[in-house]
Design a protein around this ligand. Structure first.
Ligand code: AGP
Length: 370
């Protein structure tokens, strides 16, 4: 096992550090920047189904569901196809309306999640076209779908998903850009600059890992005894906030909630006092001015702000108690980069609390019961 961990203390840390490679592997052979092409046989062979789809329904659980929410933003923004994102367990039991004009995308790292499998079977019975995004090759979900794309993140052993999540975001980015280019909603110049930006993401993850690793360890030490956390983000980074909170809950057993930053004033603001740490994702692109006012509201109530901002940021940084800098990228790809320090933060808080990060209590790597 020590050999498999390649010198890292836990699989989770190893997998966090593998992300420059896993994201690159997910794009390899698909993203051809110089030719200006995204090659995805699974999409291309069924392009008419996507083109004529009334809507896309994304079905998943847990972290994969968070990836699905970001997929919704990506596909609606670039391909202009309506998207709904459903928890597999809810979808299955609420007599949903599904027709043969629907495309259902199932996202599952393991490809064995029982709720996702059951929801897919139902959608299939009603004639929908089923597309899978799985990490485990030849898994049950990969086998029952009509077509799909593997994430190629490599085996994920840590129960808390890290590299599979960023690989799912990478695949969803490729799908959204490919569909948008094909159906004419995404012009060539924008397409070219977005694919160049996506191609640069592995290097940006590498930079974040080296520039924030030590800093995040130090921040984590100050929150070992925290009992609650709030994670806030807007737009594409709202689901990233949900995912950051889930990571912390799963492995450190600290209660954490993710929220869209603007929703804070509709309730969670009542929780804020000097004992409430708030992680706020505030990249320059994407509602930055609004986030600035959210941070002001938090500081007025003495909340402790840990801000994830772009390199060289001043406004949010000046007001924050802790600042984690990440490189700038297009708003739509920023969750891929911003998630990395949040994974490290959850990891180190859990390690300092003495928790078993690779095998958290009550959790299994794949949930094969409904
Ligand atoms: C992720 O950290 C969790 N362990 C969990 O939420 C997981 O994402 C969920 O059970 C779905 O798993 P899947 O992607 O293998 O279907």
């Amino acid at each position: 096992e020590q050999i498999e961990k390649s010198g890292y203390e836990h699989f989770m840390l190893k997998e966090i550090f593998e992300q420059p490679k896993s994201v690159h592997d997910t794009m390899r052979g698909r993203l051809l920047v110089e030719e200006g092409v995204i090659k995805m046989a699974g999409i291309w062979d069924h392009i008419e189904r996507f083109k004529n789809a009334n809507r896309i329904i994304i079905i998943a659980c847990g972290t994969s569901w968070h990836a699905g929410l970001i997929g919704e933003y990506l596909i609606e923004e670039y391909a202009r196809i309506p998207v709904e994102v459903e928890y597999a367990s809810e979808f299955r039991y609420r007599n949903p309306i599904i027709t043969d004009k629907d495309v259902v995308i199932a996202i599952s790292q393991s490809g064995e999640t029982a709720d996702t499998m059951a929801a897919l079977k139902l959608a299939k019975e009603k004639g929908a076209f089923i597309y899978g995004i799985c990490n485990v090759v030849d898994s049950s979900i990969a086998r029952i779908t009509d077509a799909g794309s593997y994430t190629h993140a490599g085996p994920e052993i840590g129960v808390a998903s890290t590299k599979a999540f960023t690989a799912q975001l990478t695949i969803l980015s490729l799908i959204a850009l490919k569909l948008g280019k094909h159906n004419g909603n995404l012009g060539n110049a924008d397409f070219m600059s977005l694919i160049a930006e996506l191609d640069a993401i592995p290097k940006k993850i590498e930079d974040v890992l080296s520039s924030t690793h030590e800093l995040v360890q130090n921040i984590a030490k100050d929150f070992v005894n925290a009992t609650n956390f709030l994670y806030l983000g807007r737009g594409y980074n709202y689901p990233a906030a949900l995912e950051g909170a889930l990571k912390l809950k799963e492995i450190s057993y600290i209660h954490a909630e993710g929220y869209p930053a603007a929703e804070m004033k509709h309730g969670p603001i009542a929780l804020i006092d000097e004992n409430m740490p708030i992680v706020i994702i505030a990249p320059k692109k994407g509602h930055y001015d609004k986030i600035v006012s959210n941070v002001q509201e938090i500081k007025a109530r003495k909340g402790k702000v840990i801000a994830v901002v772009n390199n060289g940021d001043t406004q949010v940084s000046e007001m924050s108690d802790y600042v984690i800098e990440i490189p700038e990228t297009s708003e739509c790809f920023s969750p891929i980069v911003a998630s990395v320090p949040l994974q490290l933060l959850a990891y180190y808080i859990a390690v300092y609390r003495g928790a078993n990060v690779d095998q958290p209590r009550n959790l299994a790597k794949s949930v094969t019961v409904e």
